[in-house]
Design a protein around this ligand. Structure first.
Ligand code: ADP
Length: 441
């Protein structure tokens, strides 16, 4: 298995250590970043994103814990080697561009090569070709002040690539740009990742950027709160079994990164149960379901809270509907325990037998729920499909297609609407039963 390029273990960074204004800006950070990954460090201002990035860059030594790049502790390098590392292994782009205003655009880009490439012509040729590539070759003779912000940033992208670094660091690179320039710069960085296969580590607090990354580390108050995999990008980091599943919970995790797993479960369930209610009613329904999912109230108390008139703190749902909601929720929670057990049994010796039984039971639940009578072959296919879905071997879409496929080719031969209903229902059960845990091993 490939080794990570950058490893942080229990990393803490402390500013002004030992002084009266000592400040711990990062605590117990654990990250594994693999070669070729596009990683975003995301979070509100002051949460420690830049601190983490500059510690990877070799400028902020760990107060506690370790930080390894390519297996080396760069802070143990002698000074000359550290400078070499910062110049050749890392490239960097800043929010404020950091161009030297008295030098031409071309000289700005060629400058980092002065220390390693004696031939001026060669340096300038390389700088010009990068400027051309990033769409600012025609202004290479100008001073930076004559360029727009977007152009200046593309000059600094060119400069960051001039020594052909393995890793590109970007500190809020579009923080000072308008939306058109932002798009251009983001596209160039994306190209450096996908075409040049460079590892990207970007600091951002712009949620619109998250879809570019393979993975996002969400930081808050100096901690890595959560690591979220982008299901739209093929992953480079080996994904451990149990994390392969792409569920609605993971989608909710991306939409509401700072909410708890419990809150996502509530949202998932409420989204399923409500169609024609006002937002006020939905809030009340959420509250009732939240109490029920936490086990603080039972089914009957939940029905009561749902039917109570709005002025009296209820959700004003019709009694029949409230009963349906309670019974669907209760059944789903009940069935989701089988999912939990299925996934917990992974390491048992008896694994095959027990998992098969559990998958059979889930299959029975579903066919019962939708009043579908299954033949022996259909039941076997369904059991296999369920096992594949719960272990994450199959995606929800693959399961849906398989439900419609003929029985002889491993399917169930269901109609599209039957397949859709079962898939949707089963995803809800999975959402209640699967833990989205990105905690360290
Ligand atoms: P972010 O990049 O998420 O906005 P930073 O990593 O820049 O956050 O800062 C994290 C915390 O560390 C902040 O509270 C900031 O005030 C503090 N901090 C940053 N740099 C220094 C420094 N040189 N000395 C003392 N505190 C600092």
């Amino acid at each position: 298995m490939a080794k990570p390029l950058i490893v942080a273990r229990d990393l803490s960074i402390i500013y002004n250590q030992g002084k009266s204004n000592e400040f711990k800006a990062l605590s117990d950070v654990n990250t594994d970043i693999f070669e070729g990954e596009y990683i975003i460090l995301f979070g509100p201002s002051g949460c420690g994103k830049s601190t983490l990035m500059y510690s990877i860059q070799g400028s902020l030594p760990p107060g506690e814990g370790t930080l390894l790049v390519k297996g080396d502790d760069v802070y143990s390098y002698p000074p000359a080697e550290r400078v070499y590392f910062q110049r050749h292994v890392m490239g960097i782009i800043f929010q404020q561009f950091n161009l030297i205003m008295s030098l031409s655009v071309l000289d700005n880009v060629a400058l980092p090569q002065i220390f390693c490439n004696g031939d001026k012509q060669k340096r300038e040729r390389r700088a010009q070709s990068l400027l051309d590539r990033f769409g600012v070759g025609h202004v290479s003779h100008k001073l930076p002040a004559m360029l727009s912000g977007g152009q200046q940033q593309r000059v600094s992208v060119s400069r960051s690539m001039v020594n052909d670094p393995k890793i590109l660091l970007a500190d809020e690179p579009t923080g000072n740009l308008d939306s058109v320039s932002t798009q251009q710069v983001m596209d160039k960085i994306d190209e450096i990742n996908t075409f040049d296969r460079r590892t990207i580590i970007m600091v951002s607090h712009n949620a619109a950027h998250l879809s570019y990354a393979h993975r996002v580390y969400y930081l808050k108050d100096g901690y890595v709160l959560r690591e979220v995999v982008n299901p739209q990008r093929k992953q480079i980091k080996p994904v451990r079994e149990g994390e392969t599943i792409v569920t609605e919970l993971e989608q909710l995790a991306r939409l509401y990164p700072y909410d708890s797993v419990e809150t996502w479960r509530v949202k998932s369930m409420v989204n399923y149960l409500t169609q024609d209610y006002t937002f006020n009613q939905i809030n009340r329904i959420e509250r009732a379901i939240s109490l029920f999912l936490q086990g603080k109230v039972d089914r009957h108390a939940m029905v009561k809270a749902l039917v109570l008139p709005y002025e009296r703190g209820g959700a004003e749902v019709k009694e029949k509907e409230a009963r349906r909601m309670a019974s669907v929720s209760a059944r789903m929670v009940d069935h989701s325990t089988d999912i939990k057990r299925f996934r917990a049994r992974k390491d048992n010796d008896n694994i095959f037998f027990t998992q098969h039984k559990l998958a059979e039971r889930m299959s029975d639940h579903l066919s019962h729920e939708y009043r579908i009578k299954l033949s022996k072959d259909q039941r076997e296919n369904m059991t296999e499909m369920i096992a594949d879905r719960v272990t994450g071997v199959a995606t929800d879409v693959e399961m849906n297609i398989r439900l419609m496929r003929g029985i002889r080719t491993g399917g169930l031969g269901l109609s599209e609407s039957e397949a859709d209903n079962i898939t949707r229902h089963f995803e809800k059960i999975i959402a209640q039963g699967v833990d989205v845990s990105y905690k360290k091993e």
